[in-house]
Design a protein around this ligand. Sequence first.
Ligand code: ATP
Length: 453
Amino acid sequence: MNNHTMEDLVSLCKRRGFIFQSNEIYGGLQGLYDYGPLGVELKNNLKSAWWKSMIYDREDVEGIDTSILTNPMVLKYSGHEETFSDPLIDCRDCNARWRADHISDNKCPGCGSSDLTDPRPFNLMFKTSVGPVEDGNSFAYLRPETAQNIFTNFKNVLDSTPHPLPFGIAQMGKAFRNEITPRNFIFRVREFEQMELEFFVKPGEDEEWHKKWIDIRIQWWQDQGIKRENLELYHVPSNELSHYSKATVDIMYKYPHGIEELEGIANRTDFDLGSHTKGQKDLNLTSNVMENTRSNAKLAIQDLETKEWVVPYVIEPSAGVDRGFLALLNDAYSVEELENGKERTVLALKPHISPIKVAVIPLKRNDKDIVAKSIELKNRLQRSLTGRVLLENTGNIGKSYRKHDEIGTPACITVDFQTLEDKTITVRDRDSMDQKRVNLEEVNAFLSENYSI
Ligand code: ATP
């Protein structure tokens, strides 16, 4: 049975400690969520998988981690001050505010009134004051994308870790947007995380690399456990493109609330590096850059043969961590009918994404020897596995299995009286519910073979 709703996911997240409403005890704050004990594990696993595929598994990408507070100049010359806005419409009857593209038939989605204002641009960037005097002159923006400080560090990275073109710089981290209507749980929030790669290529090779990255990213989401039939490509029409983009293809996912963007893959041309570069006129820039930058850097690379300075084109796969989290959860969630007429909820997550890798369950909660053996095994596994191993000493095996099915633990290990006699344990598989007796000495090999953990 896979016809679940967003409410089913929200309820699981709260009940099991994946995601909570932020500031809940004070009534919350719209568009903000907190990740709980299991949520943080899953989220970190997703980010680690991205980091590994982008940096460790390639030879041509470096990673960085830059500041969130951003000098307004950066966002002026990136074009965000001028253009990073959504059209906003007010309802004069109920005073609700809507994004213009969320309104159909000229009616307020809240109260149905047609008494609406004309659309006006609303800048999505958060501002905050910097330093002790709040006089409005000294302020910074909270970054609306992680990309800009990748561009501003272009020269630093190249000078310290030289690479010929093509090469990339990757970053994961928080981004902030004052969304007019945050909604659909963690899908559209005001504080979220992005995983962004800026991949610098020779002008002229950009279209080929754009295609390559679309294929790589589609495959990557499948490797994380998303079914291909739940992904679609959307070629963004030219009138909807961001100010920096020559072409953008969005990877769309079938969320419970509809098909929406999971990741955008844009061809940002030489717009950003060009806009932040001193001496723009001496370079062969092709895009409509922001002119007269106050930056003091030349964000270009010298062709070793021709000695010409080239401002690379940029292909940017930009994925949302939170939207990825929601997609993984949705794809993995199902309620199964069992032979005995009962139901079980299962999160069929890939083991590398699962928040708990293995649960070790003592058969008897108060049996000293069984518990001691369980602790010993838990500690041993925790030392050798990447990710969390949990000691689940509730004394109720059935209940523990149900919990671990629901949170996506691929394997549960039960330590019982027989373990004390013959040094074997039972491994119970989440998906098949099969149980196998395995020698304690062979547990690691068994887990590695069957779950790649
Ligand atoms: P949308 O059209 O849905 O507002 P966008 O096109 O503005 O998204 P991008 O600027 O391409 O989004 O940002 C890259 C990625 O960052 C998106 O694909 C998405 O996964 C994530 N993202 C953007 N805005 C939000 C948000 N408000 N909440 C959660 N994730 C977001």
